[in-house]
Design a protein around this ligand. Structure first.
Ligand code: ZN
Length: 673
């Protein structure tokens, strides 16, 4: 047998061996991430549609997901709203990098809490629901690999978890595949912006590196995600009008609804109106309404109709996508309109604009005008007008004085500035604190005839440390008096008041609870409310006899945008030498937030006092008087959502306040002494 013939005779055996080997060595089928996800990613039970993921209900997820495995694309930006599946999209991309195309990755969240929540409610359930992914990832406490809260490993890589607030979880870490979620919630660290730091370190991976940033946006000018969107190729999802066929992105301007004769909004009439227009004149050419079903069908069929994602700029390695909640196939347009109306009534349109429309919020009137505020000052019918039901005080400490504002709060946190006092004296000596005792223990006459005490006060302890100790000392001696030590601090996004830390005042003394006031956010709330011009929730009333200097101080700061290493940040900037009035208002608001009183109940109690007779019934509607308040069930939750329409009419009292017997409302304070 010749060499060739022998070779030939073995060919069949060789071929079989090669085929066997190649079956084992064969790389996994060349699947796009969206195809892999539809075969592998099971949505855990308890979600809208459990089972294998299908992109039919969210076809806009396919393109950005597939780009996460496209070698020509290095950066993907999702400026997306709620309810369109941005977290799920990222999970599919991450799962693909575990199960199909193993790569080392980093996942970043704004805070440790956010990371914990994401692990427990998103990542772990997704892995648990998928046999292949579960068996790929190392076992907890196993010998081969790592599986803990910081990192999970798998053959070919690992996924590391970090949060923006912790330089420690970022230090020295790098990986080619990076997902940064809710980037507009990241605070700058001393070393720079967390996303930039991760991205710089990924430079060593050259062409393999990939950065996916995801967020709902925040404020115009400082939003990280909007800035990133603008640097990318700016894709918007176009859909075809079911009537005229024109391709167009869905816009809030196209959402219409009716009002009844009384001007009440009717969200159930919500519909989308085709925005096709003449490019020359801007005139709307179609204007026909789509039903919810037509809107959803237009989204599902967009790509088949040749619409879908369209970029505004040429692609240069960075694909950026904008998507609002109007694209959600799970939400009715009427419920989006309902949410708009609710946010508007609660004076919180920013949340709707950011979260639903995925647009940045433009701050109008970033500084209030003192003369405009003064022009709205009014004559009060009583020291505390009818609508005000709970009094709080805010105290600012200076080296030679204390300044105090007392504020009355009503439904929807509508407020009345009741009093402003400067108590002169050195805070290191007792006299000024005794004056403060006297001030805080006084009562104010309410329009109903009741005498109202101050329910809570917040004392600023910041500044000079000697004075800080004096303030702690004062608060410590008055435990149980609803007097709270506060200090300004916190980043953007911090709550108005955080749970207290314990500070020692003096050597053997008991500790004092020190509350941190999120000054940035609290000032923004105060500033926006000062700017309101129609009475109702949030509106601030000022008395006519208030010193003009107070209005200057109350408007002494403006919000500015600063750039640090090219990254924009918002900051308060003081435009006048004195701003104590503004600080006092912030602390009075903090005091309200600390005690979190049931304002509607307090309003009801004051209503009950009228007319002031001993045989008054419990329910005001049982009397012949016109109703002041809508009846509420006695089983109402402690803090029901404020009803803007329930605000009281500002009618005059039926009798002179002076002719009434004075009743003391038993509030939270039983004397300050
Ligand atoms: Zn049309």
């Amino acid at each position: 047998m010749s060499f060739a013939a022998r070779d030939f005779a073995n060919a069949a055996i060789v071929a079989a061996a090669v085929a066997r080997a190649s079956r084992q060595l064969r790389p996994p089928p060349n699947l796009k991430p969206s195809q892999w996800a539809e075969q592998n990613v099971k949505i855990p039970v308890g979600n809208a549609i459990p089972g294998l993921i299908r992109f039919d209900n969210a076809p806009y997820q396919r393109e950005p997901l597939d780009l996460t495995a496209d070698p020509s694309c290095h950066q993907i930006t999702l400026q997306w709203g709620a309810q369109v599946g941005k977290t799920l999209l990222a999970l599919c991309a991450q799962g693909y990098r575990i199960g199909q195309n193993p790569t080392s990755q980093i996942m970043m969240q704004p805070s440790q809490g956010d990371l914990q929540t994401w692990l427990e409610t998103k990542f772990n359930p997704l892995i648990d629901a998928n046999e292949d992914l579960r068996s790929t990832i190392a076992k907890p406490r196993g010998r081969d690999g790592i599986n803990n809260q910081r990192m999970k490993s798998y053959p070919g890589g690992f996924i590391m978890f970090s949060w923006a607030g912790s330089p420690k979880t970022m230090r020295g870490r790098s990986a080619p595949f990076i997902v940064c979620d809710e980037v507009d919630g990241y605070d700058r660290t001393a070393e720079g912006h967390p996303v930039s730091l991760l991205w710089q370190r990924a430079a060593t991976f050259e062409d393999d590196k990939k950065l996916i940033t995801i967020s709902t946006p925040t404020i115009k000018g400082v939003s990280f995600i909007e800035n990133a969107f603008e640097q990318g190729d700016q894709r918007r999802f176009h859909v075809a009008c079911p009537h005229c066929g024109t391709h167009q992105p869905l816009k809030w301007a196209g959402v219409k609804w009716d009002r009844d004769e009384a001007g009440e909004d009717l969200p159930l009439t919500a519909r989308y109106v085709c925005q096709a227009h003449d490019p020359e004149t801007g005139e709307v050419t179609c204007g026909r309404a789509w039903s919810d079903g037509e809107r959803v069908a237009a989204i599902r069929n967009a790509e088949k109709m040749g619409a879908g994602w369209k970029a505004a700029k040429p692609f240069r390695g960075h694909a950026s996508f904008h998507l609002s909640e109007l694209y959600s196939c799970f939400r009715k347009l009427s419920s989006i309109v309902q949410s708009f109306l609710e946010k508007k009534a609660a004076n919180d349109l920013q949340t709707f604009v950011n979260v639903s429309l995925a647009e940045t919020w433009e701050e109008h009137g970033d500084q209030n005008d003192a003369s405009e505020l003064m022009a709205r000052a009014e004559e009060y019918a009583a020291p505390v007008p009818q609508g005000g039901a709970v009094l709080t005080a805010g105290i600012d400490m200076q080296e030679d004085r204390l300044e105090v504002e007392t504020v009355a709060w009503g439904l929807g946190e509508e407020s009345w500035s009741i009093d402003y006092k400067v108590l002169w004296g050195d805070p290191l000596r007792d006299e000024v604190w005794e004056d403060l005792d006297d001030y805080l223990s006084q009562t104010f006459l309410h329009q109903s005839g009741a005498q109202l005490g101050i329910s809570a006060a917040a004392l600023d302890t910041g500044g000079n440390s000697g004075y800080t100790q004096a303030a702690y000392e004062y608060v410590r001696k008055r435990r149980g008096h609803r007097l709270f030590a506060v200090k300004g601090g916190g980043n953007w996004g911090s709550p108005v008041v955080s749970s207290p830390s314990r500070k020692r005042s003096g050597r053997r003394a008991r500790k004092v609870d020190l509350f941190t006031v999120g000054s940035n956010e609290a000032k923004l709330i105060v500033m926006r409310r000062f700017a309101l011009t129609t009475t109702g929730p949030g509106y601030c009333h000022f008395p006519r006899d208030r010193d003009p200097e107070w209005f200057d101080q109350a408007t002494a700061e403006r919000l500015v945008v600063k750039h640090i290493k090219g990254v924009p940040y918002r900051e308060w900037y003081q435009t006048r030498p004195r701003n104590e009035a503004l600080d006092c208002r912030v602390y009075a608001y903090a005091a309200l937030k600390i005690i979190n009183p049931d304002i509607p109940a307090a309003v009801r109690r004051l209503g009950v006092l009228e007319p002031p007779r001993d045989d008054i019934p419990d329910e005001p509607e049982n009397t012949a008087r016109p109703k002041r308040m809508p009846p509420r069930p006695s089983t109402a939750p402690k803090n029901p959502p404020e009803e803007p329409n329930a605000a009281e009419p500002q009618s005059k009292p039926k009798r002179s306040a002076r002719s009434r017997p004075r009743r003391r409302i038993s509030g939270w304070v039983n004397g300050w002494g």
